[in-house]
Write a protein of this length. Structure first.
Length: 318
């Protein structure tokens, strides 16, 4: 029995030691497996993130290119062209995007604005570079700049040498006054036709609006009041005609054509020289009405200002 006990004891001891060793080994194996799994899982997730980012980048790039092509196609079709014209428009848009701090997509969208304002494909190619340069110089929105320059060309195109001249006049006004190029879009829509009919150039019109904004007027109010004054000049009322006769002035020359606007301002100012403020106001109201005189009064000050100030003097801004 002693041997039997001893064998049993030995076997029991061996079994206990073996079991403990095996348990430790099993625990270590499980721990290693867990760590490997975690690392593998992390790698998998990282690869998934990288793959997702790469896919997103690809989709974004494809979408951007698609948007660009869609804008060019819309510009071409709206301008009366075909899909064959897209390549030429793309060349212009990409060149402006490379030469100036503008995106090719914004250029393409601005071309749509030009087309909607009446430009054909050839005009877009010719005029867009000047518009892009004007937008950059004035710090204005490219799409709105495209619209206002195109509208100016529609109104004064026969008297402007090029779109560059239109863009330059608007940029000058924007940089010297409180009338931004964006503001001029609505202002020219209000007064453009009336001003053109009175032989007022784009530069004369934009200068007048710019000077008025420097006196506290909004561009919209300036264009409304000035438009009213010009309409009064085109068809003077009986009250206005009597005032003109008393002052010894005329808005038209011997041939019946409207005199240059600065000349009219100079003649009005000279005819009222020596009058009191009250007398001047009375005559201005008779000539231009309540709304019109609000624009003419400050412009008389600017035409008489010989300081050369680009913000106050007609000569300085013009």
């Amino acid at each position: 029995m002693a041997e039997s006990y001893n064998v049993t004891a030995v076997l029991s001891a061996i079994d206990k030691n073996f079991s403990a060793m095996m348990k430790k080994a099993a625990d270590q194996t499980a721990s290693f497996s867990s760590k490997v799994g975690a690392v593998t899982s992390g790698v998998g997730k990282s690869m998934a993130v990288i793959g997702g980012a790469t896919t997103a980048l690809g989709v974004s790039s494809v979408k951007s290119f698609g948007d660009f092509q869609a804008s060019l196609n819309k510009a071409a079709v709206t301008a009366g062209g075909t899909s064959k014209d897209i390549s030429g428009l793309a060349d212009v848009a990409n060149k402006m995007g490379a030469d100036l701090p503008l995106s090719a997509q914004d250029s393409a969208d601005a071309m749509i604005e030009m087309a909607q304002a009446g430009a054909d494909v050839g005009q877009i190619k010719e005029q867009f570079p000047a518009i892009a340069e004007a937008s950059t110089a004035a710090g204005s929105d490219l799409i709105q700049t495209a619209g206002v320059v195109q509208n100016a060309m529609n109104i004064w195109g026969d008297s402007l040498e090029s779109p560059k001249q239109a863009a330059a006049a608007l940029t000058l006004t924007a940089n010297a006054s409180n009338a931004s190029i964006e503001d001029m879009q609505q202002a020219l829509a209000t007064i453009g036709g009336t001003a053109k009919a009175s032989n007022m150039s784009l530069q004369t019109t934009s200068t007048a609006i710019g000077l008025l904004t420097n006196r506290g007027y909004s561009a919209a109010q300036a264009s409304d009041d000035l438009n009213h004054a010009i309409l009064q000049m085109q068809a003077p009322s009986k009250v206005a005609q009597n005032a003109m006769q008393n002052l010894g002035i005329s808005f038209t020359d011997a041939q019946g054509n409207m005199k240059p606007f600065p000349t009219i301002l100079q003649e009005i100012s000279k005819s009222m020289d020596g009058m009191t403020s009250s007398e001047k106001q009375k005559n201005l109201k008779a000539l231009f009405g309540t709304a019109g005189m609000q624009a003419i009064g400050p412009l008389l000050d600017s035409i008489n200002d010989k300081s050369g100030s680009v913000t106050k003097s007609w000569d300085g801004m013009f």
